[in-house]
Design a protein around this ligand. Structure first.
Ligand SMILES: Cc1cc2nc3c(=O)[nH]c(=O)nc-3n(C[C@H](O)[C@H](O)[C@H](O)COP(=O)(O)OP(=O)(O)OC[C@H]3O[C@@H](n4cnc5c(N)ncnc54)[C@H](O)[C@@H]3O)c2cc1C
Length: 57
């Protein structure tokens, strides 16, 4: 059990920000945050109503 805890901590990545949503608002936020050299993780659940059109491009 102790070993697993140590492995989990080694794998942790500390991010400055989390952006939820990869639509125009989320992507804009992500771009601006990275311009200020902040690290981010962006989550998107791919439930956007325009997803099919976007994937064709
Ligand atoms: C059919 C259609 C046609 C359109 N045509 C135009 C157009 O021609 N011109 C125009 O200017 N605008 C158009 N719009 C409007 C435009 O799509 C929206 O104004 C714009 O997408 C809003 O951006 P947003 O980032 O706020 O939200 P969204 O684009 O909705 O993005 C939100 C994102 O967050 C994700 N998400 C939601 N909940 C979660 C969660 N819990 N965890 C993780 N991810 C999550 C969704 O999957 C989505 O990708 C259209 C909209 C539709 C539906």
């Amino acid at each position: 059990m102790h070993e697993i805890d140590e492995i989990d901590r080694e794998d942790e990545t500390v991010q400055d920000c989390v952006v939820v949503g990869g639509g125009p608002a989320g992507l804009t936020a992500a771009v601006y945050l990275t311009r200020y050299l902040l690290s981010i993780t962006l989550f998107d659940d791919e439930s956007n109503r325009c997803r099919r059109r976007a994937f064709r491009l």
